[in-house]
Design a protein around this ligand. Structure first.
Ligand SMILES: NC(=O)c1ccc[n+]([C@@H]2O[C@H](COP(=O)([O-])OP(=O)(O)OC[C@H]3O[C@@H](n4cnc5c(N)ncnc54)[C@H](O)[C@@H]3O)[C@@H](O)[C@H]2O)c1
Length: 699
């Protein structure tokens, strides 16, 4: 239930917003606030009003669940409430603790004064949901803190703390601890001093050379947005604030907000927001399953992944023992980690003291004897089943009973690794993504024998180290890499059929991918995939189409950026891909050998072939139970593979196109390109029933 309880503090009214968990501005809360405001303003013995939040924060903003429903616009609207506050005649003070976000901050902006606890967070994160602050935020904030700072907060979505808010003029004062009593004192003092009380909406907006400022900001924001509309709409609204009277600016903001809220992009981003909450629920782990304590972590390997994983654990305050085969590898790993944290210190993102504390938490070792205390071991040694089985047999002997034994394997079977131990129930996959200290995704891979409390503890550990854990099943490549295989396979076939690496990369980057598949390959290194293909060669079904282009490129020692050439070539010291005729020749030769007549390929075909390959594979993954839900597949691809969040993920994108269309195209590709395109039965069934992968409408 939502309430806005009114209490009297002598001559000051305190109204507390109370709607757990985040005091979201639902219709019920707006009604309650309106009633309390009426009561306070109608009582002549009350000289001022303070608005605060109950629980752990001031107000988390609009109620996302009411979006696109009649409740979101039912009276009293947030707009009416804000206008009411501005015209109150008595001072109204916002007392902000915890956070004031979105509609919560917009409510505070309509108050005459703001006092915030020093550690409170203030922000307008709407842009992250594909929206803009539609409650006057784009018009009031530039008037209060100036255009450049307001644009940064609105189009960037990043909150500021109250200390920074104070220097920006966003808050009038900060308090140590609960701001209510300071707010009541300020309200009383301002009431006695008499009006008029400052109203943000009435302040002028100042900016020198607006045209030049907005032209350069627009160019930068468009580049960073990679196809997302909301940041540019935010800019348009802030610009409107500089040239329109307040009321017209509000109308402009409302119109732009409506465009976004009804559009696909914000639905896609809200889908991902709810998908994250849903991903935390794992049906095969009974509610209330007790977690195993994870106080000490061990990491095996100090290479690319081992170093990144150790950084994650140490940054979360956990002591880490890191094991390697020789001292030089340990030193190399430590050097990498120190350099990465040094860079953060240089950028002011980390204090030197915190860097030193983190480094001190990572203790190197060459002996399994030092792993006896570890509650969780994460193995990140070479991707070789025999090596991993050997390592797990040694872990079995060295680790205490109940320790969780995790592998960071990219593709190997968790069950085959677990078999090397006498405790397969304690073995699980924890698949981090590179660079592990940056990428949010963590695939938590359940083996056939993995115990429920090992899954639950692994999910909790993922959250502790700041990751987004997604529970997946055990198969070649799990969810992400299995889909990636389908995607890169089609990209490779498109080359043989007539496209160039840069055409494919550019078409997919225009679609919104952070980087096209051939540029990704060159960045990650082509040798690992090559080794895998050589291992799999003996068992590859001979009748399935196979492109030899990637192998031929590797045979020339072209492993990507690290060797100066791969799908592209690179000038010494440069990461800029330069198209290379050598690759064109290899492609043409492979196509001729395979009897493929090359033709002009459209960008549309590139996008359809790669995107529907993802959706078709995703449907098979879903039907096999490897992913628990379509939204988990979306989370994996958005958070691990540079898929544009504003498209909601590959399954949401297929839903948006319409599964009937996708099924029809997959059937056509099957007829033309053969067995790789065998339509997923789930896709055909949902298409026939007129349904979606993500059936739970999130909008
Ligand atoms: N690189 C990636 O993008 C990526 C992403 C996700 C998962 N992975 C997986 O992570 C694992 C590690 O990959 P990487 O890229 O960090 O490899 P890497 O070659 O950079 O590092 C592997 C490290 O393991 C050490 N090592 C080898 N055998 C060992 C043993 N028996 N005991 C202790 N240490 C040993 C090596 O000395 C080396 O430092 C692989 O399973 C890989 O598939 C890699």
């Amino acid at each position: 239930m939502a309430s806005a309880r009114l209490t009297r503090h002598d001559d000051v009214a305190l109204i507390e917003l109370d709607h757990p968990p985040v005091n979201a501005m639902s219709h019920a809360l707006r009604q309650a606030l309106a009633a309390s405001l009426d009561a306070a303003l109608g009582d002549r013995s009350l000289l001022a009003v303070v608005i605060a939040g109950a629980g752990r924060l001031f107000c988390g903003g609009a109620d996302l669940r009411e979006f696109n429903t009649p409740a979101s616009v039912a009276a009293p609207s947030s707009n009416e409430l804000r206008a009411r506050i501005e015209r109150a005649g008595v001072p109204v003070v916002a007392a902000i603790h915890g956070s004031a976000l979105g509609g919560g901050l917009e409510l505070a902006l309509a108050c005459h004064y703001r006092i915030a606890a020093a550690d409170a967070q203030l922000g307008l994160p709407e842009v992250r949901r594909g929206l803009l602050p539609g409650g006057g935020g784009t018009q009031r904030l530039p008037r209060l803190i100036g255009v450049p700072a307001a644009l940064e907060m609105i189009a960037g979505g990043e909150p500021v703390d109250a200390t920074r808010g104070r220097s920006l003029g966003l808050v009038d004062a900060t308090s140590d601890g609960d701001p209510r009593s300071a707010a009541i004192a300020l309200a009383r003092e301002r009431a006695r001093a008499g009006g008029p009380h400052p109203v943000a909406a009435e302040r002028p907006v100042r900016i020198d050379d607006a045209a030049a400022f907005f032209a350069s900001a627009r160019e930068r924001i468009a580049r960073e947005a990679r196809g997302a509309q909301a940041p540019l709409e935010c800019l348009a609204c802030v610009e409107a604030a500089t040239r329109l009277p307040f009321d017209q600016g509000l109308a402009f903001e409302r119109e732009r907000f409506q465009g976004l809220v009804n559009g696909t992009q914000s639905k896609a981003l809200r889908h991902l927001f709810f998908a994250e909450r849903e991903a935390a629920r794992v049906p095969d782990v009974p509610e209330g399953t007790p977690l195993r304590p994870v106080r000490r972590v061990a990491v095996l390997g100090a290479g690319t992944m081992g170093s990144g994983i150790a950084m994650c654990a140490a940054a979360a305050g956990l002591p880490v023992v890191q094991l390697e085969t020789d001292r030089a590898a340990l030193d190399r790993g430590r050097g990498t980690v120190a350099k990465l944290w040094d860079a953060q210190v240089a950028r002011g993102k980390l204090t030197a003291a915190e860097r030193d504390a983190r480094l001190a938490r990572i203790v190197p070792t060459l002996s399994y004897d030092d792993l006896g205390d570890a509650d969780l071991v994460i193995e990140a040694v070479f991707e070789d089943l025999a090596v991993k089985q050997q390592v797990f047999a040694r872990l079995d002997a060295a680790c205490r009973p109940g320790a969780i034994l995790a592998t960071n394997t990219s593709r190997l079977s968790i069950d085959a690794i677990a078999q090397a131990t006498r405790r397969p129930a304690d073995v699980i996959g924890l698949h981090f993504f590179s660079p592990a200290h940056v990428m949010r995704l963590l695939e938590v891979v359940r083996g056939a024998a993995t115990a429920p409390d090992v899954i639950a503890t692994s999910m909790a550990f993922g959250r502790t180290v700041g990751k987004l854990p997604v529970r997946v099943g055990n198969c070649d490549g799990f969810v992400g890499n299995r889909m990636l295989s389908a995607y890169t396979r089609e990209a490779g076939f498109l080359l043989e059929e007539g496209a160039s690496p840069q055409q494919v990369d550019e078409a997919l980057q225009r679609f919104g991918m952070a980087m096209g598949p051939f540029r990704v390959g060159d960045l990650a290194g082509l040798d690992i995939g090559w080794a895998g293909r050589k291992r799999a060669a003996a068992t590859r079904p001979a009748h399935l189409r196979y492109s030899k282009v990637a192998d031929r490129i590797c045979e020339l020692g072209r492993f990507g950026q690290k060797t100066g050439a791969g799908w592209y070539r690179y000038e010494a010291g440069s990461r800029t891909p330069v198209p290379d005729p050598v690759v064109g020749d290899i492609v043409a030769q492979c196509a001729a050998e395979a009897g493929i007549e090359r033709r002009a390929i459209t960008d549309e075909e590139i996008v359809e072939r790669t995107m529907y390959a993802l959706a078709n594979e995703g449907a098979k993954i879903l039907a096999e139970g490897i992913a628990l839900r379509a939204s988990d597949v979306d989370l994996v691809y958005v958070n691990g593979y540079g898929y544009p969040a504003w498209r909601g993920g590959p399954m949401f994108h297929a839903d948006t196109v319409g599964l009937a269309t996708v099924a029809e195209r997959v059937r056509a590709f099957h007829a033309r390109h053969g067995e790789w395109w065998t339509p997923a039965p789930l896709l055909l069934r949902l298409a026939a029933e007129g349904r979606r992968f993500n059936d739970r409408e999130s909008a």
